[in-house]
Every structure is written in structure tokens, then in C-alpha cells.
Write a protein that binds this ligand. Structure first.
Ligand SMILES: *Cc1c(COP(=O)(O)O)cnc(C)c1O
Length: 426
């Protein structure tokens, strides 16, 4: 008897996966942290490598039977070192870069940085959540804000850009152990050399978190912190288009501190199926087509941001340098949440988001965060971005007109049919 497949074993879950597959096909996915992983990445993720335990690191494992897994992990590491060396700061070669591919995701990768360099109670600095920072950079609701003394920095009131003068002032006053340079809702380039200078002035570890922009960094579309920051953490599933996972790059001097923090400090056995899929994603990101992809992500974001500005939307900082924009809906007399919900009913999926100095509450903020990584993975370009700006404009102006929202959802689906997404089953 052949083994039963998923639909035969569990019709409920099979049906839900089918439904999600359809939703991901027929909607314009604008969540800035999301993407489409390729069929190849998903095949590796769904492989027998999930069966194997391999605590430790290649050639230093705690269980036998690692002949294959060691090769998988070494391949992932060597591909990432080569790939990220290409765009690293001048003079940095792959031999200068240590890579750990075992963090289960972006948040555990960041925890490893705290474990490697900090003691509970130490001061850490990161961009505040309301200004576009991440929870794990010391927010009060996160373990990182509970176990460490967090001193958040912000953006300037005038132009909503990171205030490096404030970073320097706070760093000198509070002497942080770690300074984070990384964002989750910030549309501009980060100045890693300026962060480096400040970290050196106060003797701090500089940790860059490129979770959102790893695909842009790997291709030189965003300046790289590799060779500049002491440690660079990332997810693997956002602009990098890999499986859901995490990775850490660091200078050779910190290699053993980082490795020991990940295992045995925080985790047990690595997710080998994920490691294999990260290796696949690194191979894909090494192709010339991926450079074109990363450039198109940013170009699409610029086109969409400009088209929204022309339609009277407030766009934080006036535009974008990266894959996302923050739209301030104040001028449109609607809050972020009802706008995001109406857009969702029209087949356009974004998330409501606070804008800098938002007068509204975090659960009901003034803005939307819109990203172009997913639609660009489908091959959409300028014409589709202009279409999208029109739809967003009409939805936001008619958020309770259910007939219009349904009509737009139909038009969105029609467009999506012309742009099959990587990885989905049709
Ligand atoms: C997404 C993100 C993370 C966390 O990644 P998870 O995989 O969701 O844990 C960490 N830092 C930044 C800047 C992020 O954007």
C-alpha cells in the first residue's frame, strides 16, 4: 500500500493549505516582511532533513549519522560567505566572515547577540518601535527590554530620518554594551559607518539587523554592514526569499561567542531542512537574475510611493530608498486599521502601522506599511504599481463601499492571474 498523502490523511489541513495557496495567488501581497519562496526552496524545506538531529556544528556533533547534514550546513555557510563578501565593505573577504545558519528565526538570532555580548541589566540601544524599530531591539514588551536596560533612539521630528546626533548623545550618556542598527518600518538607507563611529567612541558592540533588507544587501542595492558591524543578524525569508529562518554573520573574533550563544546557549538541534533551503536561497541569490530582482523591488517601491504622493497621500520622508514605504493616511481622513481592512477586502494586503510621532494608539495608528518584495517576485513592474496606486486610492476613498471593494478584488485577481507567483501550486 502506498503511503497516504496529506489530503487523504488530513483533509482539513490540506484544504486550508489549498485556501492559503489561492489567497496568495489572487491577492496583491504588500506586507513588507513577506515574499514568495521558490518551489526549490519549498522542496528542500519539505524534505527528510527534518528527521535528523544534529546538535553541535559540522564535524563537532553530539550524535552520529551526520555525513550528509555536515555537508548541507557547510554548503549553506560557504555560499552565504561568498555571496555576502561580494557586497561587504571594502577590503572584507569571505575569509573575514563567520556565518551561523542555525538560528530558528530572526528573533532567536537577535537573542544570540544578547547572550554572546551582554549580562542581564546591561544597557542596549536600538531604534524605538514607534519610529520603525523591532521588538527585539529592546522594546519593553520583549524579553530584550525586560532583561536589559533599553535606551531607544528615534527619528527627527523634521524629516523622520534616524537622528545620528541623538544616537551619539544617548550612547555617550548611557554607554550601551550593544547598539542595534536595523529597522522593520523605515524607508531609508541606514548609515552603518556612522553607527560604527559611535560604537567605537563608546566601546559598544555594533549589531546590524538586516532582517528586512538581506536581499538588498546581498545584491549591493542597500549598503552592506558586513565588515563594518561586529555582528549582523537576519531572517532568511523576507527580501532574501528563503525559508523561514535566521542567520548570523560576524567577525572572526566573535565566532565562538556567537556559535556558543546559538548552541548550546539558546537552542537544541538545528532545523536541517531549513538549513538546506537557506543554501538553496543563497544559490538563487547568487544569480544575476536576483540582482535584477532586488533592483526592481526598490524601483517598484519608488514608483508606488511617488504615485501615492501624487494622489495626495502622506508618505513618510517623502519616498523610499528601499523595499517599503510608510503611508500616513491623516490627509485622507481614515485611520490605518479600517484602511487596511478595506484593502484586504479588495484583495490588497498591507498592514496598519504607526507613523513617526503618531498621535493615535499603536492598535489604531495613522498609517499603512506597504512593501514591494512579493509583487516584484511575481514579475510586476511599473505599470502594475501605477494600477495598484489607483486601486489603493479608490479603496481608501470608499472604504465602506462593499460593491466597489468586491469589484476591485475581481480586477486584482484578473491582474494576478497574469503574474503567477513562484512556489505556488496552480
Ligand atoms: C522580522 C524581523 C525580525 C524577527 O524575525 P522573526 O523571524 O519574525 O523572528 C527581527 N528584526 C527585524 C528588524 C525584523 O524586521
Amino acid at each position: 500500500m502506498p503511503e497516504k498523502d496529506l489530503a487523504q490523511v488530513d483533509a482539513e489541513i490540506a484544504k486550508l493549505i489549498e485556501e492559503e495557496n489561492r489567497r496568495e495567488h489572487e491577492s496583491m501581497r504588500l506586507i513588507a516582511s513577506e515574499n514568495y519562496a521558490s518551489r526549490a526552496v519549498m522542496e528542500a524545506t519539505g524534505s527528510c532533513l527534518t528527521n535528523k538531529y544534529s546538535e553541535g556544528y559540522a564535524r563537532k556533533r553530539y550524535y552520529e549519522g551526520q555525513a550528509v547534514i555536515d555537508q548541507v550546513e557547510e554548503l549553506a555557510i560557504s555560499r552565504l560567505r561568498k555571496l555576502f563578501a561580494k557586497t561587504a565593505s571594502a577590503g572584507t573577504t569571505e575569509d573575514d566572515i563567520h556565518v551561523n545558519v542555525q538560528p530558528y528565526s530572526g528573533s532567536p538570532a537577535n537573542l544570540a547577540v544578547y547572550l554572546a555580548f551582554c549580562q542581564p541589566g546591561d544597557v542596549v540601544m536600538g531604534l524605538g518601535l514607534p519610529a520603525g524599530g523591532h521588538l527585539t531591539h529592546g522594546h519593553t514588551v520583549s524579553i530584550t527590554g525586560k532583561y536589559f536596560k533599553s535606551v531607544p533612539y528615534g527619528v527627527r521630528r523634521e524629516d523622520h530620518r534616524i537622528d545620528m546626533d541623538e544616537v551619539r548623545k544617548l550612547a555617550k550618556e548611557h554607554k550601551p554594551k550593544v547598539i542595534w542598527a536595523g529597522t522593520t518600518a523605515y524607508p531609508r538607507t541606514l548609515d552603518f559607518p556612522a553607527f560604527r563611529e559611535i560604537a567605537d567612541e563608546v566601546g559598544a558592540i555594533l549589531a546590524a539587523d538586516i532582517a528586512h533588507i538581506a536581499g538588498l544587501v546581498a545584491t549591493g542595492v542597500h549598503p552592506s554592514p558586513i565588515g563594518i558591524a561586529d555582528v549582523v543578524t537576519s531572517t532568511t525569508h523576507k527580501t532574501f526569499r528563503g525559508p523561514r529562518g535566521g542567520m548570523i554573520f560576524c567577525k572572526k573574533a566573535h565566532a565562538s561567542a556567537i556559535d556558543r550563544a546559538v548552541f548550546p546557549g539558546l537552542q537544541g538541534g538545528p532545523h536541517n531542512h531549513t538549513t538546506a533551503a537557506i543554501a538553496v536561497a543563497a544559490l538563487e541569490a547568487s544569480q544575476p537574475a536576483f540582482v535584477d530582482y532586488a533592483k526592481a523591488v526598490v524601483e517598484n517601491a519608488k514608483v508606488l510611493a511617488q504615485a501615492l504622493v501624487e494622489r495626495g497621500f502622506g508618505v513618510t520622508t517623502g519616498g523610499t530608498d528601499n523595499h517599503l514605504m510608510l503611508v500616513d493616511l491623516t490627509s485622507k481622513n481614515i485611520a490605518g486599521k479600517p484602511a487596511a481592512q478595506a484593502l484586504d477586502r479588495a484583495g490588497i494586503v498591507a498592514n496598519y502601522n504607526a507613523v513617526p510621532f503618531d498621535p493615535r494608539k499603536p492598535f489604531d495608528p495613522s498609517g499603512l506599511r506597504i512593501g514591494t518584495p512579493s509583487v516584484t517576485s511575481r514579475g510586476m513592474g511599473k505599470a502594475e504599481m501605477l494600477k495598484l496606486a489607483d486601486w489603493i486610492d479608490r479603496v481608501v476613498a470608499n472604504a465602506t463601499d462593499e460593491a466597489l471593494l468586491a469589484k476591485i478584488a475581481g480586477e486584482v485577481k484578473e491582474l494576478c492571474d497574469k503574474f503567477p507567483a513562484p512556489g505556488l501550486r496552480m
